[in-house]
Write a protein that binds this ligand. Structure first.
Ligand code: PGA
Length: 277
C-alpha cells in the first residue's frame, strides 16, 4: 500500500534537471524516451521542432543505429505546422521531422503525424478536430517533448492563448516571426499562421519533457517555472501538469530563483538513490 502511494506521489512532480551543457541535456532527454520505448514499444510520442530537440533526435538516431532501438511500433504526433507551407517546403515542420529524425530510424511513415499546413481553408476546422481524434484513438500521448519560445509559448500557443485551447489555426506573434526569420530569407517570408495543438491538448499527455537551452531562454524559463500561472506565458500552464521533466542546461537555468535548491535536490537524489519530491 505504502509503495503504491509512494509510486503515485512520485509521478506527481515537476522535476527540474540541470545539466552542464546542451549535449548532456540531449542525452538525458533521449534516455527518458529510450526507457519508454523499451517498456512500451508501441508508445505514442508527441514531438517538437526547433533547434532545441535536434540533439535529442541525434541521440535517438544513435540509439537506433548502435543499439538497435526500434521505432517500428511507435506512433508520433507533432505539435504544430506552419499554415500555407507544403510538406516538401524545406522550412515546413514535416520536412524538418523527416530530415532530422524519421529518415534515419525505422518508424513507419504512416505512423508519423504532423498537422497539414497545406490543408484548404474550408477544411481547417475538420482537419484540426481529426488530429485531436487521431491522438485519442492512438491511446493518447505518453511523452510530449516541448521547447519554449522567446515569448513563453509552447507549440504555437502564443501569449493570451487559453489554457483550455485545442488544435486550431493560430496567428503567430511578432516575436515568434522575428525569432523564426533566421530560418527564412527574411521575416516577410515567415508564415503568419500555423496549425497548433492547444494547451489543453498538451496537458493531456501523460508525461512532459520540457527542454530549454542557452542564455536567451533563461528569463522566460524562470517565468514559466517559477512565475505565476498566466496565459501571457503559456508554458506556465505546465505547472498544472502532474508529471513534468524540465531539462535545462546551465545557461537556461541561470535566472531560476531556486537554482541552488534544484541543484541540491538533484545531488541529494543521486546520493540517496531515490527521487525526492
Ligand atoms: P527553439 O524554438 O527550439 O528553436 O528555440 C522553440 C520554440 O519556439 O518553441
Amino acid at each position: 500500500m505504502i509503495q503504491k502511494i509512494y509510486k503515485i506521489l512520485q509521478e506527481m512532480i515537476m522535476r527540474i534537471i540541470i545539466k552542464k551543457n546542451y549535449d548532456d541535456l540531449s542525452k538525458e532527454a533521449a534516455g527518458i524516451i529510450r526507457n519508454l520505448i523499451k517498456t512500451k514499444p508501441d508508445c505514442v510520442l508527441g514531438l517538437a521542432t526547433g533547434s532545441t530537440p535536434i540533439g535529442l533526435y541525434r541521440e535517438l538516431i544513435r540509439f537506433h543505429k548502435e543499439e538497435g532501438l526500434s521505432f517500428s511500433r511507435v506512433t508520433t504526433f507533432n505539435l504544430d505546422e506552419y499554415y500555407g507551407l507544403q510538406p516538401s517546403h524545406p522550412q515546413s515542420y514535416r520536412y524538418f521531422m523527416d530530415t532530422n529524425l524519421f529518415k534515419d530510424i525505422d518508424i513507419k511513415p504512416e505512423n508519423t503525424f504532423v498537422p497539414e499546413g497545406s490543408v484548404k481553408r474550408q477544411d481547417i476546422v475538420r482537419h484540426c478536430a481529426d488530429y485531436e481524434q487521431r491522438i485519442k484513438k492512438a491511446g493518447g500521448i505518453d511523452i510530449q517533448v516541448l521547447g519554449i519560445g522567446g515569448d513563453g509559448h509552447i507549440a504555437f500557443n502564443e501569449p493570451g492563448s487559453s489554457f483550455n485551447s485545442r488544435t486550431r489555426l493560430v496567428s503567430l506573434d511578432a516575436q515568434t516571426i522575428n525569432d523564426n526569420s533566421r530560418f527564412f530569407n527574411n521575416s516577410e517570408e515567415v508564415p503568419q499562421f500555423a496549425l497548433s495543438m492547444g494547451i489543453g491538448t498538451i496537458l493531456e499527455a501523460r508525461e512532459i519533457l520540457f527542454l530549454a537551452s542557452g542564455e536567451n531562454k533563461a528569463d522566460i524559463v524562470a517565468q514559466a517555472i517559477e512565475g505565476p500561472l498566466t496565459s501571457m506565458v503559456t508554458a506556465s500552464a505546465l505547472q498544472l501538469h502532474p508529471k513534468v521533466n524540465v531539462i535545462l542546461d546551465e545557461e537556461a537555468a541561470f535566472s531560476l530563483k531556486r537554482y541552488s535548491y534544484y541543484k541540491f535536490t538533484q545531488e541529494a537524489e543521486g546520493k540517496i538513490e531515490m527521487p525526492i519530491f
